[in-house]
Design a protein around this ligand. Structure first.
Ligand code: FPP
Length: 240
């Protein structure tokens, strides 16, 4: 059986693909006596800083953010619509600048379930940046790892692919991440020690880095700590 080599492009000292679970916006706002939404707007600033830093200083090839999970729909309606609107606004405002920097924008998740306006803005950004060869910046928005796997299974069955032909390479090609490498470093901020249904197939061999820092406070110094932790680990991919 064919085995997909995990992230062959990653050097042992620097990750090729970093994925981030941005947790702690709500607590950050609460600590300051602000409405939760202010935490999310501060979170956007933090994401902006992380993108710029990893792109300008390290020319990171793949960066992925968990922006909105399939489970997040169960939050209060005002918060859900606030996040959706915020995302639409930043996509609209930032796509051109990212394009000028050679960034390729990518979306992971069920796009068709998002509001029409947001779908349009995302599709426009994808089209605008499709041929760029710099960093691939993915936003998991209306994303769930189990849903992704189920969608892949359904599409494989719908295509009538015989069971003997289904190996890891073929399965990979049916995921939302078909053209992304495996995750090398998965960062979660906000102190929780779980991955919450994020890239569960793609992070099978990832290094995990958990930080107590709340996402709006996750700055360049915090990224450096995560990169240092990564450098200090020895990746063996199940070997000796
Ligand atoms: C976690 O904070 C964060 C989210 C639910 C996602 C929304 C994130 C943003 C709007 C920031 C930037 C977004 C992008 C796409 C770059 P939380 O509300 O779960 O915090 P809590 O655990 O403290 O309540």
């Amino acid at each position: 059986m064919e085995i997909t080599p995990p992230s062959i492009e990653a050097s042992s000292s620097f990750p090729n693909h970093i994925a981030i679970i941005m947790d702690g916006n709500g607590r950050w706002a609460k600590q300051r006596g602000l409405p939760r939404f202010k935490g999310h707007t501060a979170g956007v600033e933090s994401a902006r800083g992380v993108i710029r830093y990893l792109n300008d200083k390290y020319h990171l090839k793949y960066l992925t953010f968990y922006g909105f999970s399939t489970e997040n729909w169960s939050r209060p309606k005002t918060e859900v619509f606030g996040i959706l609107r915020l995302f639409e606004r930043i996509m609209n405002a930032e796509a051109r600048q990212l394009h000028q920097e050679g960034v390729r924008i990518h979306h992971l998740g069920r796009l068709e379930e998002l509001p029409r306006g947001l779908q349009r803005v995302i599709n426009r950004a994808l089209k605008l940046t499709a041929d760029n060869t710099g960093m691939t910046l993915s936003f998991a928005f209306n994303y769930g790892g189990r849903t992704e796997i189920l969608d892949a299974v359904r599409n494989i069955i719908a295509k009538g692919i015989p069971a003997q032909q289904i190996d890891e390479t073929l399965f990979n090609s049916y995921l939302y991440t078909a053209d992304l490498p495996d995750v090398d470093l998965l960062i979660r901020t906000g102190g929780e020690l779980r991955i919450s249904n994020f890239l569960i197939w793609q992070s099978a061999y990832s290094e995990y880095y958990f930080s107590d820092v709340l996402w709006p406070d996750f700055n360049e110094a915090e990224i450096e700590k995560a990169l240092l932790a990564y450098r200090q680990r020895q990746r063996r991919f199940g070997g000796l």
